[in-house]
Every structure is written in C-alpha cells, then in structure tokens.
Design a binder for this molecule. Structure first.
Ligand code: ADP
Length: 176
C-alpha cells in the first residue's frame, strides 16, 4: 500500500472482476462490443446488462473512456477505455495510453467514484511492453492526483506475478 497526497495506491494480483471498487476499468476495444482478455472476463462475469449499455453507447475512440453500470460484478460501475495497439512506439502510443488512464479518472470524478481499479491497459493483446506501459500508468495517475486531488483509492490489478513485480518495484522506488 502506498500513499500519494490524499490517495491510497494499492496493488492486487489476480482477476479484476473480483475486485470491489466504485469503478473498475475495462481495457476495451473501439467497438465496445466485447473481446478477449480482461474485456471478455468483465462481460462474462458482469452479465448482459453491460453489453446492452455498450451497444447503446456505440463505440469509443482510442484514448477516451465511457461508463456503464457493472451488472453482477461487485463494483458499481465499469469504465471502458481503449488503449492503443502498440506498433513501434512512434504512433502516439504513449500519449494515447496516458489519455486512457487520465480520461478514465476524469470520468470517475464526474461520477464521484472514490475507488477505481485498473488492469494493465494495452499490455495483453495490444502488446504494449509492460515496462514502458507501467511507467505511463503510474505517471498518469500521479499527474491526475496532482491536478484533481479527490480520488481516495487507486488499485492496480495485475493478472500475473511478473507484471505485479514490475509495478511493485516501480512503486517502491517512487514512494519508499
Ligand atoms: P489489451 O487489448 O488492452 O492489451 P488485454 O485484456 O489483452 O487488453 O490485456 C490487458 C492486461 O489485462 C494483460 O496484462 C492481461 O494479462 C490482463 N488480464 C486479462 N484478464 C484479466 C482479468 N480477468 N483481470 C485482470 N487483468 C486481466
């Protein structure tokens, strides 16, 4: 557990669909119609209510975020954001990944969500290198807290232990 200003930052290893937070973030794709990885897991565990709302929303540009309720999940809301597909690092990937984190938190603020859980956006099927992506994830949330000091808790949810250690090492360096 880490603390930055008034925000507690936590790490959790495992399945984000089990996390109880005001909002969990989904690493979705532009259609918002579901996919593999964490997106598939969220729709499977949350049930059809989420997909119905996603259909009505009608898609989401890369770097932006949209919100639905969370169906059968223990959280209240799902924030669907779309990270970039990593090509060679010169297609604005860093900026778009930053925007995905930042815009998710902006939406969380709009809905007065006090705790938000993030998966490692873009580092699965979209093949963003985890070392670079984790730097951006951490920097983006720090920047958000600096600007909008309101969020009580941010949880980084890492699906495997390698990703978990990468985050742990970085957060230890920054906050300890
Ligand atoms: P993207 O298309 O943005 O790369 P993926 O879902 O393929 O999204 O992968 C993003 C990250 O989410 C990967 O690190 C993957 O291991 C992780 N992941 C997959 N399933 C889950 C889950 N149920 N809970 C948390 N993280 C998950």
């Amino acid at each position: 557990m880490y603390k930055y200003k008034n925000t507690v930052i936590k790490l959790f290893q495992g399945d984000i669909t089990k996390v109880k937070a005001d909002g969990i973030v989904n690493a979705a794709n532009n259609t918002l119609l579901g996919g593999g990885g964490v997106d598939g897991a969220i729709h499977r565990a949350g049930g059809p209510e989420i997909l119905e709302q996603c259909k009505r929303i009608g898609g989401c540009p890369t770097g932006e975020a949209r919100i639905t309720t969370a169906g059968k999940l223990p959280s209240k809301y799902v924030i669907h954001t779309v990270g970039p597909i990593y090509r060679k690092g010169n297609s604005r990937e860093a900026e778009l990944l930053h925007n995905a984190y930042f815009n998710s938190l902006k939406l969380a603020k709009e809905y007065s969500l006090k705790s938000v859980a993030f998966p490692s956006i873009s580092t699965g099927i979209y093949s963003y290198p985890i070392d670079k992506a984790s730097d951006i994830a951490i920097k983006s949330i720090i920047e958000f807290i600096d600007k909008e000091d309101f969020i009580e808790e941010i949880i980084f949810v890492l699906f495997n232990d390698k990703d978990f250690s990468i985050y742990e090492n970085k957060l230890n360096k920054i906050f300890r």
